[in-house]
Design a protein around this ligand. Sequence first.
Ligand code: GLA
Length: 413
Amino acid sequence: MARLVLLLVAVAVAPSFGLDNGLGRRPQMGWNSWNKFHCNISSQLIRKTADLLVSTGLSKVGYTYVNLDDCWATSRDKLGRIHEDPKAFPEGMGHLGEYIHNQGLKFGIYSDAGDLTCAGRPGSLEHENSDAQSYADWKVDYLKYDNCHAGDIDVRERYPIMRDALNRTGRKIFFSMCEWGKEAPWLWAGPVGNSWRTTGDIDPSWERTMYCLDLNEPLYPYAGPGKWNDPDMLEVGNGLTNVEGQSHFSLWALMKAPLLIGCDISKMSAATKATLMNEEVIAVNQDPLGVQGHRTSRANPNGAELWQGPLADGSIIAILFNRNDDLPANITVSFAFQGTAIDMEIRDLWLHKDLGQFSEFSPIVPPHGVRMLKVKPAGGKKTPSGAELLNATTLTSYYFIFPSIKTKVQTVV
Ligand code: GLA
């Protein structure tokens, strides 16, 4: 009871800024083993992935965390210390971390705030100090902390215990919370974690990607430097089409989601690589303003959508998104300030091209596709700016294009 009262007091007085460990000023970028490899992980895979992050140039554009997910641990010794699977990781975690660091990369690890991890490996509940110290000894830089097998102890009690244990080691360790948005972490976890999952697990289907997107979208007011909403890791390269992969990446970038690659880098196609390495889109994600973009209008749940977000330089990003499964859409956005049409300069972040000045822009967007635009007032004019600029850009109409009759037949405003 005393613990609960203390906790309530702590929550009540806690300021609403991000966890003060100096980490996560920009959304985290890197690679994680789970989406593609699940429990089939080994030192060999992790070393190879670290090499590839460097040789492909992925690390240069920002993907620096190499994160092991579940299944690296198998047992505790008599002193309660956690140990890696000796077959899969014969060199030990310390040496693996050293290898990763020698590549100029950062080392991430996984545990769980319950007795067991989701895959049934030892969890950290009641071993928080010992585990945090092991991580620090191994020079770990990142902890993803899951929430399986946690009994009925409140998550708001369990996660701060690991945060404090990590802090006490004196090593700066990014704290990535993974309780799937069950207890609305965006409302209380700013001072606890650097990021928190907002959804159940993603999978490489379009439907599941949209499920994660839609749950994460309304949470935009709660994200910011040091405290990011996490709609789960990327599935680019795991089975989505190239168009879908570009949309997934664009929307995650705009939402300031962590960009954690989830595919087998050794087998990534040229198209997957081009998507993951689009530096203009990455720059949106890593923009120092750190404001999560969101959907500003949609015509119906399976139609055209306009997503927007501001950047530090005063411009905005607008994503014209066609949610329809089969039909291309002619989506029109218009730019008007205080009732008067205004010209905007538009740059396309996938074509890597300045498109010119427009008071209305009306591209055809393929099914499940996006156009991602950087928009600013033409001629360097200062007004409208900031929030006004977001209001100035509106979805005015869209038409689905039915190929059989080769004509635009449906209008929705
Ligand atoms: C949970 C998490 C996943 C992954 C698995 C590992 O389901 O949400 O991201 O870490 O556990 O078992």
